[in-house]
Design a protein around this ligand. Structure first.
Ligand code: DGT
Ligand code: CA
Ligand code: CA
Ligand code: ZN
Length: 582
């Protein structure tokens, strides 16, 4: 829901700005929690009054009033004031791992640093180490993070796919209402499901572009109109994302969709193939060079077929060998959302989720899943305050919910364990054997050297009860680089021990990333695609994980949560000594 997403984003920004302004951490926490609750709230908050808003857990009166003000006026006065006080660019500093809000506030106040570029300059000049609470080690760590993140740190203008996708959905919904609009699709990197998106490209087939352009440039979400032409317009939205619209002749739809989906490298490879056949490919169609006759253009399938190619799924169009494979009818039959039979990683409000067990289960069942796992955090992530008693009582509650929902969906009880520095995990083997499924994730010690990190991950996989390594590279897009590990060693160990590698569908994670999926597949590893949902709406992120797996050329056979329940159970049993209680 766009309203909820927008409000959540503003409240999270408010929390960030409070922390830079040095406010007390309870207040900051309150805004962070409210942001998460509103993002996860199933009804549209722009239609709620103060009373209904305060009924949402973690939303108090002051916050509810800010939400109402936003719904009424489109702004939050207090937030505007804070923005003016703190200044733009400073907030980007919070994205830099190792800095944190306290230190960000300090470098801003003491050194006048107000952008990531200025932070880098200050660190390179050795100015950070002189500040209280910094020192040489921290300065070096910050520099290392900046180097590893490269131009991803601090607003290079790209946004993660989650933001672009919800925006594109809203644009499509609006333009679809026009009778002049025929076919409509988003193209570009978004259709290819890249993890970050430079701009959103929307393609429309129409014989009458003018009304389409007029509506596009006057949508409520438009901040600036960058161009307003006959067949081509560009706008930016409140989020600062650029959207390009192209209107094409319905007859040229397929050729145009190929062209604007890209990637550029894929287009070049396909065009070369056309040239070899005495043909010319453009956004208007595939033509014979000699006669100028158009041989194909209406659909993508026709154009690819006229070049003796299988239709190539957009997620494969990166010039990574897909054109050659398509010419031999040897493309992988990539996993699709319809293949997914259940979600094996998700949280409830017993730990850091915002929805109850009942709500998460009902939402999973409504998706038609055959199975669903609840995997709240384990005790070693101490802020989550998990205990064995809580886990066992959740299991009992889960069995009760199971009785109520009947057999259409099978509920699995799990946990997300923490891989310690030495590769051990929470709880003893006896207790762990009582779970149906266990995800083990790295939540600490991200900086270990390659050998130590590799050994740590392999030890976790050798545990007889660990079924899945959660978000294996532990990267957060734009915030934290991937940990360093030997991909081949880890993937071979995954295959050998019967442990799946997760493709986490959270848009800031998308972890394993696509290239690593491709590599892992080559080493025989299998995958689980999971949303890691902390709220009901986050269950909708599954297609992002599936898209990432597709970009890694994964098929349904590579993905464990496409298996029927019986087969899944066999996989999950692994080396458990006692059968999990049912
Ligand atoms: P982005 O926006 O940076 O995330 O990446 P794309 O791939 O969406 O790139 P964009 O928006 O510049 O262009 C959309 C598509 O249009 C691109 O994937 C391929 C096509 N395209 C744009 N410019 C060219 C070009 O100069 N040559 C070719 N062959 N294709 C182009
Ligand atoms: Ca684009
Ligand atoms: Ca573009
Ligand atoms: Zn999780």
């Amino acid at each position: 829901m766009r309203a909820n997403e927008e409000v959540a984003r503003l409240l999270a920004e408010y929390a960030d700005l409070l922390s830079i302004a040095g406010q007390d951490r309870f207040r900051i926490r309150a805004y962070e929690n409210a942001a998460r609750a509103i993002r996860g709230c199933p009804s549209d908050v722009s239609g709620l009054d103060v009373k209904a808003l305060t009924a949402i857990p973690n939303v108090g009166k002051a916050i509810a009033e800010k939400v109402c003000e936003w719904a009424r006026t489109g702004t939050i006065t207090k937030l505007e004031e804070l923005r003016a006080q703190v200044g733009p660019g400073v907030r980007d500093l919070l994205e830099v791992g190792g800095l944190g809000p306290k230190r960000a506030a300090l470098v801003h106040k003491e050194l006048g640093v107000s952008s990531v570029a200025e932070l880098r300059a200050a660190a390179e000049a050795g100015a950070l180490r002189r500040l209280t609470g910094f020192g040489k080690t921290i300065e070096e760590k910050i520099l290392r993070t900046l180097d590893q993140l490269g131009d991803k740190a601090g607003g290079d203008g790209r946004v993660h796919i989650g933001i672009a996708l919800s925006l594109a959905g809203a644009v499509l919904d609006e333009l679809r209402q026009l009778p002049e609009v025929g076919d409509i699709e988003y193209a570009g990197s978004l259709r290819r499901m890249r993890e970050t998106i430079g701009d959103v490209d929307v393609l429309v087939a129409s014989t009458n572009p003018r009304p389409v352009m007029n509506r596009f440039t006057t949508m409520a979400m438009v901040r600036d109109v960058l161009a307003h032409g006959d067949t081509k317009s560009s706008i930016t939205t409140g989020e600062g994302v650029q959207v390009d619209l192209r209107v094409v002749e319905p007859d040229a739809w397929g050729a145009a969709l190929i062209y604007f989906t890209g990637s550029k490298a894929h287009n070049v490879a396909v065009r070369e193939r056309a040239v070899q056949r005495g043909l010319k490919l453009s956004e208007y169609g595939l033509f014979e060079v000699d006669t100028g006759t158009r041989v194909a253009s209406r659909t993508e399938e026709e154009v690819y077929a006229a070049l003796e190619l299988q239709w190539i799924p957009p997620t494969l169009r990166e010039d990574r060998g897909e054109v050659e494979a398509a010419s031999k009818h040897d493309l992988p039959d990539v996993v699709s959302v319809a293949d997914i039979k259940g979600d094996l990683h998700g949280h409830t409000n017993l730990t850091d989720g915002v929805a109850s067990l009942d709500d998460m289960v009902a939402a999973a069942a409504a998706r038609g899943y055959r199975y669903y796992a609840v995997t709240d955090h384990a005790p070693l992530l101490s802020m989550q305050r998990m205990t064995p008693e809580k886990a066992v009582s959740q299991r009992t509650a889960l069995r009760r919910v199971q009785e109520r929902v009947g057999r259409r969906i099978t509920l699995l009880h799990g946990s997300e364990l923490n891989i310690q520095r030495d590769g051990s995990v929470d709880w003893d083997e006896r207790f762990l054997s009582g779970f149906d499924v266990l995800v083990a994730s790295i939540h600490s010690h991200f900086d270990l050297d390659r050998d130590t990190q590799t050994a740590r991950m392999i030890r976790a996989m050798e545990h007889p009860c660990v079924n899945v390594i959660g978000h294996p590279s532990a990267r957060r897009q734009g915030k934290r680089p991937a940990i360093d590990f030997d991909v081949e060693e880890v993937c071979r160990a995954a295959a050998r021990t019967g442990t799946a590698l997760e493709v986490n569908a959270q848009p800031e994670r998308l972890d394993l990333p696509d290239e690593l999926v491709r590599a892992a597949r080559g080493y025989g590893a299998r995958f689980v695609i999971s949303t890691d949902a902390h709220s009901v709406p986050e269950l909708d992120n599954m297609p992002l994980g599936v898209g990432t797996a597709q970009r890694g050329w994964a098929t349904a056979a590579d993905v464990v949560n496409t298996l029927p329940l019986r087969e899944l159970r066999k996989f999950l049993k692994k080396g458990r000594t006692t059968a999990a209680s049912r």
